[in-house]
Design a protein around this ligand. Structure first.
Ligand code: PLP
Length: 390
């Protein structure tokens, strides 16, 4: 990932007869390279019976009631556009919950096209060219490109190797150009859950500095060792992003949301009108049913798999215990996550994601453990063999 939108060398010549005909693409599109993750998925598609620990989505099924609601919505002809901000039944329930949890009756909410849609809209609403956004690395793959698509500049606060956020380092990174801090707890890719005091201190720091703290809470229901803490409980300025993709295994239905101060959510709603239009209607009806589905059993299963993986690798790899999400982020034997991922695929047909995909460091690799027990056990065996051999 080059990360510098200005780094795209020269636009291809379009009218040079000696060259194959090509359409010139924007510097924005040319500046990014998705080869890290794509390589992992291409490999998985080519290998026969791979051990695929690269896919960041739940392996439990979408709740039965939500599937039924989706079918009923289709049959009832609920297949058109919805209001920009979401169907009132869903929006009201989510908004009520957000207001109750934060104790902030003024909080507004907009249903979005996945939480990715919410991220796009929030950043569009906040970031002008030249503005700075503070990111914690390792970071979810979309953050940097989204900021840079808008002409923003990412200011990185490195959290390796403990993945703890040093709030003083964040304070030192704030400049007059800082518009937002992008927090993700529990984290993709590390599984790290920010403790209550960090979350509180970040919320207070952002409020004092007049910077918007954007809290990506997509994995909040996957907290295994202590309850989830949202910075929104400490400041009515915090903007929260969430969705049904991971919590209810609905990644393909594209339903997420953003809640926060009215001016930010109103801006997001306006921007959605001119971009995504709305979240898919059928997914929204499914989401209403999903809200009432008990998810304790699949979540307990995720915790069990985490514990099984940690126990299987504890003597062979160095890693920070992940308190949440469904990822483990060990140090790569040999020091390079990229090299390790290649060797794992060649020798063991094991697919993992190198840490270089999540930021500037290539020291780790990501394991997604939402797979069957058989795949997990095959993965553990392969990883044990690799630990001694690389
Ligand atoms: C931290 C984080 N945020 C946002 C997303 C986007 O998810 P979706 O658009 O499916 O809601 C993901 C997906 O992997 C993620 O890991």
């Amino acid at each position: 990932m080059s990360g510098d939108p200005g780094a795209h060398p020269v636009r291809p010549a379009v009218n040079d007869p000696s060259q194959p005909r090509r359409t010139a693409i924007s510097k924005r599109a040319g500046a990014f390279d998705s080869s890290g993750i794509r390589k992992a998925f291409d490999l998985a598609a080519r290998l026969e019976d791979p051990i695929n620990l690269a896919i960041g989505q739940p392996d439990f099924p979408m709740p039965q009631a939500a599937r039924t609601a989706a079918r009923e919505a289709v049959d009832a002809g609920r297949n058109g556009y919805t209001q920009t901000q979401g169907i009132p039944e869903l929006r009201a329930r989510l908004e009520e919950r957000a207001r109750a949890e934060t104790g902030q009756p003024g909080r507004k909410l907009c249903v979005t096209s996945g939480s990715s849609g919410a991220l796009v809209l929030v950043l569009m609403a906040l970031v002008d060219p030249g503005d700075e956004v503070i990111l914690f690395e390792p970071a979810f793959v979309m953050y940097r490109p989204l900021v840079e698509f808008l002409g923003g500049r990412c200011v990185i606060v490195d959290t390796s190797p403990t993945f703890r956020i040093d709030v003083d380092a964040v304070a030192a990174a704030i400049t007059p150009r800082t518009r937002a801090i992008l927090l993700n707890t529990p984290s993709n890719p590390t599984g790290f859950v920010a403790p209550a005091d960090t979350v509180r201190d970040l919320a207070r720091l952002a409020e004092r500095a007049g910077v918007t703290l954007v809290s990506d809470e997509l994995y909040r229901s996957f907290c295994y060792d202590e309850p989830f803490h949202s910075p929104a409980a400490h400041s009515d300025r915090v903007v929260v992003i969430d969705g049904f993709s991971k919590s209810h295994a609905m990644t393909g239905w594209r339903v997420g949301w953003v809640h926060g101060p009215a001016e930010v959510v109103d801006a997001c709603t306006m921007l959605q009108q001119y971009t995504f239009v709305c979240a898919p209607q059928v997914g929204q009806w499914a989401a209403i049913a999903a809200l009432d589905a008990p998810m304790d059993v699949p979540l307990a299963e995720c915790r069990r798999k985490r514990d099984r993986l940690m126990a299987g690798l504890a003597e062979h790899y160095r890693f920070v215990k992940p308190g949440g999400a469904f990822y483990l982020y060990p140090e790569a034997p040999g020091g390079s996550g990229r090299r390790f991922a290649e060797i794992a695929a060649e020798r063991e047909k094991l697919i993992v994601v190198p840490g270089s995909v999540f930021g500037g460091a290539d020291t780790h690799f990501r394991i997604a453990y939402t797979v069957t027990d058989r795949t997990l056990d095959r993965g553990i065996e392969a990883l044990r063999r690799l630990a001694g051999a690389v």
